[in-house]
Write a protein that binds this ligand. Structure first.
Ligand SMILES: Cc1cc2nc3c(=O)[nH]c(=O)nc-3n(C[C@H](O)[C@H](O)[C@H](O)COP(=O)(O)OP(=O)(O)OC[C@H]3O[C@@H](n4cnc5c(N)ncnc54)[C@H](O)[C@@H]3O)c2cc1C
Length: 415
């Protein structure tokens, strides 16, 4: 039976970033991924444009994945505007006032995954096994045991294989089967809503401005990409989303133009529309015996505040730093002390954001009269209350300074 120091389940962006954190260490790492190699080695566009914070930029720069991104796929967000219902009033943010070059950066998810994969694939101490599905995880006082099945065609009989490690880290999505297997409960919230994402070209310049529009019936985020292109993210009830997904391109273009009140003039769909069901999860704790969860397996966020991958990067960084420190000192890399330390620090980051984001979604998708009044009041308060604006600005600059700073549950561009 082959033995490793760390086994990572899932080669998504969180699992691979975590693997990359062990470059230049003596730790032997195995990554197990159920998708075929080509899906991981050459990720396809999936419509998601990830709004990255300054802290993510810092971690990605350390990992050299930021430098590996083609410059033309990085789009700075310099201004942001939040609108509510049918009111022309907006809550505005300006990168100059926040004393940063940009409030955040938009990068296609598949490009991020490609950059991370390229950084990991040739590392001597990292092995990636694709086409394998983890079936079981067990741990005792000294060892973690992982069994997996190879994906095969219908004519081949697959047998389970087992590998061992000091520590198993699950990055196997928000629906993590291994999290459940290891007895970690989680809170799950199904919003019964769907996000539709796509790229659209437009007649008028976006001026590097991100719009978060909390309309009645739907929310729309229009996020500036390079040139006259924006990423459009619409969240609405799943039944309404079906209608929008099945509309002709022409009708879809007119629908988005109309709802966005022609701010960008004529808009044209550039490629496919992608849809994602909106289900958020938060694990009650991020560890068990010789086991930890990272990425969406620890916290799967509603995308309205765009924190999912940012939190994934932050969490893996906290855990990897503690592990590397223990390894340097010749200590057990999977001790309860280390895992509890990770849990303590990262829960402080994730809990306020998770509950705050869900609160924002509840308020801004509710259309009762009191909710409409509260929505209006909240925007006016945020715009005019000096301490709140200052707090938001501070949060932006703080993102450059620490790794486990608690964050406010604010839209993606306000971190
Ligand atoms: C519409 C949308 C917009 C978003 N926008 C933003 C944004 O602006 N900013 C941001 O920070 N985040 C954003 N996110 C969130 C972000 O995309 C996710 O947080 C991130 O992709 C999660 O990465 P992950 O590696 O944790 O999980 P995943 O990408 O889900 O990867 C899990 C991997 O585990 C593998 N796996 C699962 N089970 C097994 C098993 N049993 N054995 C082996 N392998 C297994 C899967 O095949 C998969 O490759 C957005 C999400 C959506 C849907």
């Amino acid at each position: 039976m082959k033995n490793y120091d760390i086994i990572i389940i899932g080669a998504g962006p969180a699992g691979l970033s975590f693997a990359r954190s062990f470059k230049d260490t003596k730790l032997q790492v195995l990554v197990l991924e159920k998708s075929p190699l080509e899906k991981i080695a050459k990720p396809a566009p999936d419509g998601r444009e990830i709004a990255l914070t300054h802290l993510s930029l810092k971690i990605m720069t350390e990992q050299k994945t930021w430098q590996a991104l083609p410059q033309e796929v990085i789009s700075p967000i310099q201004y942001a505007s939040v609108v509510n219902g049918d009111s022309p009033y907006s809550l505005n943010f300006d990168h100059k006032k926040a004393k940063v070059d940009a409030l955040g950066y938009l990068v296609p998810n598949y490009q991020i995954r490609q950059a991370i994969y390229n950084e990991v694939v040739d590392l001597d101490n990292i092995e990636i096994l694709t086409d394998v599905t983890v079936e079981d995880v067990n741990t005792d006082a000294e060892t973690a045991f992982v069994s997996y099945m190879k994906s095969t065609d219908a004519n081949t009989i697959s047998t389970a294989e087992m590998v061992t490690a000091q520590l198993v880290v699950a990055a196997d999505s928000r629906f993590s089967a291994t999290r459940r297997k290891m007895g970690i409960p989680c809170q799950m919230r199904d919003f019964s809503r769907t996000a539709i994402v796509c790229r659209m070209q437009h007649e008028l310049p976006h001026k590097e401005t991100a719009y978060e529009c909390f309309y009645y019936g739907r929310t729309m985020a229009i996020l500036p990409m390079n040139n006259r292109v924006s990423s459009v993210v619409i969240t609405m009830s799943s039944s309404a989303a079906n209608t929008l997904m099945n509309m002709s391109d022409e009708s879809f273009n007119r629908d988005i133009e109309h709802h966005f009140q022609n701010r960008l003039g004529k808009m044209t769909l550039l490629d496919k529309r992608y849809s994602y069901p909106l289900i958020a999860i938060h694990a009650d704790r991020f560890y068990a015996n010789r086991f930890a969860v990272i990425g969406d397996a620890s916290v799967g966020m509603h995308p309205v505040t765009a924190h999912g991958f940012n939190l994934g990067l932050q969490g893996q960084h906290i855990l990897a730093t503690a592990i590397k420190d223990a390894a340097t000192r010749g200590k057990d890399i999977a001790s309860q002390r280390i895992l509890k330390h990770y849990n303590f620090l990262h829960q402080q980051n994730t809990r306020p954001l998770y509950h705050g984001t869900n609160g924002i979604v509840t308020l801004f998708t509710s259309e009762t009269l009191p909710a409409k009044l509260a929505r209006k009041a909240m925007l006016h308060l945020a715009n005019n209350a000096f301490p709140l604006k200052k707090l938001i600005s501070n949060k932006l600059t703080e993102a450059n300074q620490g790794v486990n700073l608690p964050k406010l549950p604010l839209p993606f561009f306000i971190r």
